[in-house]
Design a protein around this ligand. Structure first.
Ligand code: NIG
Ligand code: FE
Length: 393
């Protein structure tokens, strides 16, 4: 779609430009307008000073925010694990053991089946306001299956993550060191052309700190940025290792001690919290307040996957973060937009300022507060991605 587009009559605009507008971290502006040209934000200001444009969207006084940046999702898989969820709700614990079930189903699926699932879930996410999404491999765990997972993910996003170290697959159960050698060698070589990031599930029962270090440094040597699943199921070395290696993000952060929090606080590594996982595994939520009060940069993401968190909804995660993790609505909205952008080391998304990508979510509500205040309600009226309308619900 060419020509300029003016989104005006915005009752409340979340810019995430700190200090602008109301002076707070969301940079809230009242009675605002946004001019879009060639997929980018060209101008932001008071509606009464808005420049002329070829087309216009009337926000009718609603709130507008940057599209959500979902920096952690596992969308390339086959089958589901609804029965495992039901068993958990009847008292079974979550151990991550079901990952191998999804690996079996994923290996057996055709490219087109995997592609259809990825596209269905990206469509779901878009309709809920997400305009940037990270997608991991990790349910293939062979050289060919990891490479194809990333190839399919790369068809829909530039934020692709090689997670060959999700679990040790059954055929390597007695030889974990050999599997790590495969991940660092031929699997990484096959995956790297389609991946921006490398990730490891660093947890008891998955990969220990030595394995995680070997895989992350091999990935970095291949030009990938590091990120890490860390401290999800119990305390451990993952968060500190991620900070030491300069990871963009350490994700989950459910079980932290003071040294973990101190390490994060003095670093550029983002703590990405995934409350959908605690919801779906009926586990205690991470202590977001402790991280924020220590000055750690916090992101929120869905962790969308068929095992521990089968939700693609960033508004749901915002509501959980506010209700269950004591984040303020403003902190949660920031973490789901600008925080996710930081976790992906992006400065062109999660923010509405001139030259940023024109990714806008128009709410069916007058304020960002409603995302947590009205949980479960379809509040996403319209989504613009690169300035192009995606859907109208
Ligand atoms: O982030 N923790 C490891 N990976 C996923 C769960 C994957 C699964 O259970 O299938 C997570 O929670
Ligand atoms: Fe995950």
């Amino acid at each position: 779609m060419s020509g300029s587009l003016l989104v005006d009559n915005i009752g409340e605009l979340v810019t995430n430009v700190a200090g602008s507008g109301d002076g707070g971290p969301l940079g809230l502006r009242r009675d605002a307008a946004v001019l879009v040209e060639e997929g980018r934000v060209a101008w932001v200001g008071p509606a009464r000073y808005a420049p002329a444009a070829d087309r216009r969207i009337d926000a009718e006084g609603a709130a507008v925010l940057p599209g959500f940046v979902d920096s952690h999702a596992h969308l390339v898989f086959a089958g589901d694990r609804a029965a495992e969820f039901a068993a958990r709700m009847a008292g079974e614990p979550y151990t991550g053991g079901g990952i191998r079930t999804t690996v079996g189903a994923t290996r057996a699926a055709s490219d087109d089946e995997l592609r259809a699932t990825v596209r269905r879930l990206v469509g779901e996410a878009t309709r809920q306001g997400t305009t940037t999404i990270e997608i991991k491999s990790g349910y293939g765990l062979t050289v060919a299956d990891e490479a194809r997972s990333l190839r399919i993910a790369a068809e829909v996003t530039g934020e692709t993550t090689f997670l060959g170290a999700h679990v040790v697959p059954a055929e390597y159960a007695d030889r974990p060191d050999d599997y790590v050698g495969l991940v660092c060698g031929p699997m990484l070589a096959a995956a790297a052309p389609y991946a921006r990031w490398v990730d490891v599930f660093c947890e008891r029962g998955a990969f220990d700190a030595d394995h995680a270090r070997a895989i992350l440094t091999a990935g970095q040597a291949a030009g990938l940025g590091a990120r890490l699943h860390a401290n999800q199921l119990g305390p451990g070395p993952g968060v500190r290792l991620g900070v030491e290696l300069g990871a963009a993000s350490v994700d989950h952060c459910t079980h932290l001690d003071d040294t973990d929090v101190d390490a994060l606080a003095g670093s550029p590594t983002v703590a990405t919290l995934l409350p959908g996982a605690e919801f779906s595994t009926r586990s205690p939520y991470p202590d977001a307040r402790r991280l924020l009060d220590a000055g750690v940069t916090v992101a929120l993401a869905t962790d969308c996957n068929p095992g521990s968190s089968y939700t693609s909804s960033m508004p749901f995660c915002v509501a959980l973060a506010v209700r269950e993790m004591r984040m303020t609505p403003a902190e949660a909205v920031w973490a789901a937009t600008a925080g996710g952008a930081r976790a992906l080391r992006r400065d062109d998304v999660g923010v509405l300022r001139p030259d940023a990508r024109a990714d806008l979510t128009i709410l069916d509500a007058p304020s960002h507060l409603h995302l947590a205040y009205r949980p479960g309600v379809p509040l996403i009226r319209q989504v613009l991605h690169n300035g192009v309308p995606q859907c109208r619900s």
